[in-house]
Design a binder for this molecule. Sequence first.
Ligand code: NDP
Length: 444
Amino acid sequence: MSYVDEVIEQVIKQNPAEPEFHQAVKEVLESLRVVVEANEEKFRKDALLERLVNPERQFKFRVPWVDDKGQVQVNTGYRVQFNSAIGPYKGGLRLHPSVNLGIIKFLGFEQIFKNSLTGLPIGGGKGGSDFDPKGKSDREVMAFCQSFMTELCKYIGADTDVPAGDIGTGAREIGFMFGQYKRIRGVYEGVLTGKGLSYGGSLARTEATGYGLLYITEEMLKCNGQDIAGKTVAVSGSGNVAIYATQKAQQLGAKVVTVSDSTGWVYDPDGIDVAALKEIKEVNRARLTEYKKYRPNSEYHEGKGVWSAKVDIALPCATQNELDIEDAKTLVANGVLAVCEGANMPTTLEATEYLQKNGVYFVPGKAANAGGVATSALEMSQNSERLSWSFEEVDSKLKGIMVNIFHNLDSAAKKYGFDGNYVVGANIAGFEKVVDAMNAQGIV
Ligand code: NDP
């Protein structure tokens, strides 16, 4: 059996009931086959892949807090410190009822390669909890965040592990967590990114993932002789990534006709009204059913279906495995040109293969949504320097990073004979730097 197959089999056996982690490992290792086979003897002897798929360390802890009725609630908290070969662990904190160890491990594993692709010195990690901030009062969210950080603060620090936001963790949650870290540890340092501007946050961090997604999409299309201006776009999700992806797509001259949330989706033939979307989601924290009040011409549909709209470009920006084989078939039948992932692993393996086989340009999340973590790393630099850069400065660095990521993965794909396969390109480009650093640092 080949080394890659052996390690995939081992991962499935040693990490039962973690399907998302298996999926992420399979996707990465399958596409690294060509590089691994060229170095099989050395990698095997050094157990390089075994070290790569086993987190350096992982924490699971109790998070007790008191709700508004005086009832004690108990959630589970996680932090997985996956790989620190190229820098301190960096990766977000997801707060969602679906969170479990397998989900955090899949995200942490992906994060290693994503962070490497940015070209910045950051290792891979991820964390979160099964706490659901939806429907909770601000006081309840604060109680949870303080309890979560009371435990987490033992394992993180500005030079060791720097968490950030993710699903369910926005500016409010980061603020509460930062306050508690400072109170317990007694240091004012850049231990979290995605902070508010008044206490060490970076301009353009809020916009970074969505904007970065569009910068890489624009560059990829340009290099394939296409222009993003004039294209019709489907976006899924209506959170941080989706909102700013929609905004930047419109600034670049494209028309975004859909957004969604976990209960339904909106089709607006005239193009999504970003100001209305922000008011509904960022200010009122309401559901998308509200959108029709702002735009009577739009349609609201219950349930799934966002990928049935006829579009040139699809940008999944909600969650993992939200675009399956049936969706991929519909998109292809409707003539889709490109799928670029704003979310982490939103496309199933089967759907990804189908899209690629049918000539759809496909940019995987670990490259396409790397703008968020890249700008988090820029926030870390500003915190270390005790300086704040202007919006334009951060945005132009972000654009440079995204354009560079595209060229790196495009060249890696070409170098190994997979021209146009950006999944293989992204995995190889991310992997090479990490492996080089791991080799240099000995067996640790
Ligand atoms: P938010 O919490 O701001 O928004 C998430 C959106 O996705 C919401 O519209 C939510 O709908 C929807 N959603 C969440 N879970 C599900 C589900 N199970 N089924 C259907 N819809 C769902 O998160 P972000 O925008 O920050 O993150 C979105 C994705 O992007 C995630 O995969 C995240 O890991 C990834 N990402 C985020 C980065 C960032 O900087 N924020 C950086 C890189 C990647 P509802 O409100 O109904 O729950």
